[in-house]
Write a protein that binds this ligand. Structure first.
Ligand code: PGA
Length: 272
């Protein structure tokens, strides 16, 4: 064995130890994908898999499939949520679902303000903040998505924009309520494009976001709010991204559609 081989073994061992000591939140955002048959096949593949106790695994399917999650994951530690909800309990809101409906099916999380919703459905920060509030008041954990587009990244003016998205998105909750919120940093230029932010870019941005959260909400709260990264995360890049500072987990689109890939990504985050 030459010195390079030995160095690699030592480095791998250190990385394993780091990953084994950290808890990660792994959230799959299925978007508008899968048929009923495919959902059943996916759930059958993961339902008896032991994901371990360290990481939390959450899947957000299209809402009509929630009943299958409720049924199949009844005795499982895998959690699930919705990709969006409307900030009212019920009423004349054609095409929408409420926190009450989501909760009725056992959803524990809600992805809010995803860039696809902001861009395609014109959702603004104020609307997102109402959704955040209704979730927090009703024991659903909001995963609030923020992220800049390519022009903002290139123009180097994305940081004030990210701060603004957080401040506005969280403007209707305060104090300990903030401890129920999860932030997902998803640069728009990295979503579904195959172009991931580099671990250095993620570390730099997450460090900035962590400092901002501490400044804005105080150390006790600011240091606790989980910061997920999302944007073309897959089993080849998740390990390096997980080693970046201040990364509490991942919001994963395309790669979360395969049960096997979810299992492999959780294995990597478990230091296996
Ligand atoms: P992606 O999607 O992993 O397919 O890039 C991430 C997301 O939009 O949440």
């Amino acid at each position: 064995m030459n010195s390079q081989d030995i160095e690699k073994i030592v480095r791998d061992e250190i990385i394993k130890n780091i990953l084994q000591s950290q808890e990660f939140l792994l959230v799959g955002n299925w978007k508008m994908n899968k048929t009923k048959q495919e959902v059943v096949a996916f759930l059958d593949e993961i339902v008896n898999h032991d994901f371990g106790d360290k990481n939390t695994v959450v899947i957000a399917p299209p809402s009509p499939f929630l009943y299958l999650f409720e049924d199949k994951l009844r005795y499982s530690k895998i959690l699930y949520g919705v990709q969006n909800l409307f900030p009212k309990e019920n009423g004349a809101y054609t095409g929408e679902i409420s926190y009450a409906i989501a909760k009725d099916f056992g959803a524990k999380y809600a992805i809010l303000g995803h860039s696809e919703r902001r861009t395609l459905f014109y959702e603004c920060d104020m609307f997102v903040s109402k959704k955040v509030r209704i979730c927090v008041q009703n024991q659903i954990k909001p995963i609030v998505c923020i992220g800049e587009d390519l022009n903002q990244r290139k123009g180097n003016d994305y940081k004030p924009y990210l701060m603004h998205q957080i401040k506005e998105g969280l403007s209707r909750i305060s104090g300990d309520e903030l401890l129920n919120v999860i932030i997902a940093y998803e640069p728009i230029w990295a979503i579904g494009t195959g172009e991931t932010a580099s671990p250095e870019q993620v570390e730099e941005t997450h460090m900035f976001l962590r400092q901002y959260l501490i400044e804005e909400y105080g150390n006790e709260i600011g240091k606790e709010i989980p910061l997920l990264y999302g944007g073309s995360v897959n089993k080849s890049n998740i390990r390096d991204l997980a080693l970046a500072q201040n990364v509490s987990g991942f919001l994963i689109g395309g790669a979360s559609l395969s049960a096997q890939t979810m299992i492999e990504m959780n294995n990597i985050l478990s230091g296996k």
